[in-house]
Design a protein around this ligand. Structure first.
Ligand SMILES: [Mg+2]
Ligand SMILES: [Zn+2]
Length: 189
């Protein structure tokens, strides 16, 4: 008889949109130097990390499908952001991005429907599996309805920030906060 007790230590995550949520949205930018952190990003991610949330970025980057940027251009910018955060003691444990677009793409291989472009939940589902995350104790924070919906479809609580006007289009009961700082304060309260 086995005497083993299996303890499933599922972890909790804070899934984060990037553009317009953590940094100023500069559409289709590949410029590593053109990164402006939003005012509450650093304290919010510090608090979330210290409280045991895995911070994971999930970002739509259709500029790649549109031929306006490349995957390596995306990573050049993303790596600088990761370095800026790490310099503040914040670790982003994973970055997932969708390079596709179902209709507006011009680059072969990227111009297609996919399950990763938010509001589809593919990026979150992949991260949940990869890192042993419990969706029910996790959150997805973003500035668009598609962020909230991607979270919900993955079984994660979606929270809208920044764009008050978008709140009307969110699923009923979706929480809204003006910025990532207030969203994280609410999560940790
Ligand atoms: Mg955004
Ligand atoms: Zn995709």
């Amino acid at each position: 008889m086995s005497g083993w007790i299996t303890a499933l230590a599922l972890r909790k995550a804070l899934f984060l949109d990037r553009d317009g949520t953590l940094i100023e949205d500069v559409p289709y930018s590949e410029d590593p130097m053109a990164i402006t952190l939003l005012p509450t990003t650093i304290p919010a991610l510090k608090k979330a990390s210290l409280s045991g949330y895995l911070c994971i970025i999930v970002t739509n980057q259709s500029g790649i499908a549109r031929g306006l940027m490349t995957e390596s251009g995306f990573w050049a910018r993303q790596h600088r952001l990761l370095a800026m955060l790490l310099a503040q003691g914040i670790e982003i444990v994973d970055t997932l991005f969708c390079p596709h677009h179902p209709t507006a793409g011009v680059v072969p291989g990227y111009s297609q429907a996919c399950d990763c472009r938010k509001p589809n939940p593919g990026m979150l589902v992949t991260a949940i599996e990869r890192h042993g995350i419990d969706p029910a104790s996790s959150y997805m924070v973003g500035d668009k309805v598609s962020d909230v919906e991607a979270g919900q479809r993955a079984g994660v609580t979606g929270i809208l920030i920044e764009d008050r006007a978008a709140h009307a289009a969110c699923p009923p009961g979706t929480p809204y906060y003006p910025n990532i700082g207030q969203a994280v304060d609410a999560i940790l309260a």
